[in-house]
Design a protein. Sequence first.
Length: 308
Amino acid sequence: MGALDGKVVLVTGGGNGIGRDCALIAAQEGAKVVVNDLGAGLKGDDEGSAGPAEKVAQEIRAAGGEAVSNSDSVTNLDAVYGMVEQAKKAFGGLHAVINPAGILRDVMFHKMTERDWDQVIEVHMRGSFNVARATIELFREQNDGAYMFFTSTSGLFGNIGQANYGAAKMGIAGLSRIIAMEGARNNVRANCLAPVAWTRMTQSVPIKDEAAAARRAVMAEKIRADQPARFSVAMVTPAAANVSGQIFGSSGENIILYSQPRPIETVTKEEGWTVATILSEAVPKMAPKFFDLNRAPMAGAQPAKAPA
């Protein structure tokens, strides 16, 4: 028996990378899978193709599993409702959503256009809203539903050249947390994952020197897409019913639980603060606990720098 026997799972971005492995592994665990992928390029600026999603669905069926494909965009709420209806028509229901669909438009913020910003926010933030909004009522009514959203260390830690991507990914972490809080009494769970894996997104970062090329070779061998995919699938199984509202990471064979923002220092002045006392007393009191601007190290991998 598989960990997802009897369950139906929608996987977005399922034609490539982590999404592809999520779809394949979910099917291996007994799920019936709706494989969604627009089939567009990494920047999301072309019309896309039905080919990638259908190829993965065919691979699942060839292995004895059940799958259908969908090539609509997660940026369109009506289209996502259509994915839900497709799941119901093909398999009789829907129980989980794994949502790694995404694009990149990396550029330094002072050079970023509105289009660079809007497209990334639309796919990641709006797309996450859409897949949740189109399914939340169903999940609440059936008292059974699980989400795996995808955040990123680019949001949690920051990464130069990815203000659009990092902003969206931090927004997703907040969305996931609140859905988990609101869904708790109806057995609706939500978690998010910050993956590090060798995917076409990673490959898109230019190689600037031999050291970068060497790091990339290590990533390709040790930090694979199937590793975060396996964790994502595990978290939407009934066996993980007690796990919700968490931010996880996956880097190679390292599974990471991240802290979430909580107060670390409070200073109080009963008579009230002035600009002068804020600068002379409050800031110096807090300064030892300030975070610097260095990107936090990731277990098992060297973070890639975004292009200038």
